[in-house]
Design a protein around this ligand. Structure first.
Ligand code: G3P
Length: 217
């Protein structure tokens, strides 16, 4: 399973990248706004900085909702850097745009996916990634990980090549469960990634080893 970081915060991207386990980055308009990036020039520049920092796919989301506008915006995003993946919302014109990008060799990530039916449509349209939002599904009292399992089973049976990119991750356990459920990629904020490191027995065991090591120094 690949690890992407879900943020537009450069310091956090650098920290995850320095761990040596980062395969890519996902962003969205809310994450860009959170770090104070607005206006076309600043947004373009920020995507370029991220893409030059990380050796992997960087999802940049369109903010248009009609076919022609999505295509124009996606072409501009794609031109920023070869690693940019155009992130397109799961709407009717988005499906048409995913097919157009796929036919024209531009990589895509279909976002705001909350059902297996939507994931089937994204795969049929040729999306490279499909992004089910598992945390938001859990927030609505449904089971986000179960959706990953369902999509993985369907994609396996049908032989779809679209990669399942589990998004809206809230905890280290989400990451573990997504790996178990068959996600190809997990995109997570920094904290749950670092949370995977933690176990009290590791800390206690290390303290004891270091204490005992003093005896033979
Ligand atoms: O990038 C999309 C997704 O990961 C959003 O997560 O936490 O806003 O539900 P969240």
């Amino acid at each position: 399973m690949k690890f992407f970081i879900d943020t537009a915060d450069l310091a956090q991207i650098k920290e995850a990248n320095d761990l040596g386990i980062l395969d890519g980055v996902t962003t969205n308009p809310s994450l860009m706004a959170k770090v104070g990036i607005s206006g076309e020039a600043a947004v373009t520049n920020h995507y370029k900085t991220i893409a030059e920092l990380v050796d992997g796919d960087v999802s940049a989301e369109v903010v248009s909702t009609t076919f022609n506008e999505i295509i124009e915006e996606g072409k501009k995003l794609h031109a920023i850097h070869p690693n940019i993946v155009v992130k397109v919302p799961m709407i009717k014109d988005g499906i048409k745009a995913l097919k157009w990008f796929s036919d024209n060799g531009i990589k895509t990530n279909c976002t705001l996916v909350f059902s297996a039916g939507q994931a089937i449509l994204a795969a049929k349209a040729g999306a490279n990634y499909v992004s089910p939002f598992i945390g938001r599904i859990d927030d609505s009292n449904w089971d986000g990980v179960q959706l990953i399992e369902e999509i993985a089973e369907i994609y396996n049976i049908q032989g779809y090549e679209t990669e399942i990119l589990a998004a809206s991750i809230r905890s280290p356990l989400h990451i573990v469960k997504c790996a178990q459920a068959g996600a190809n990629v997990v995109t997570s904020p920094l904290e749950p990634i670092l949370g995977l490191l933690k176990h009290p027995l590791t800390d206690l065991g290390l303290a004891k080893f270091l204490e005992d090591a003093k005896k033979f120094k």
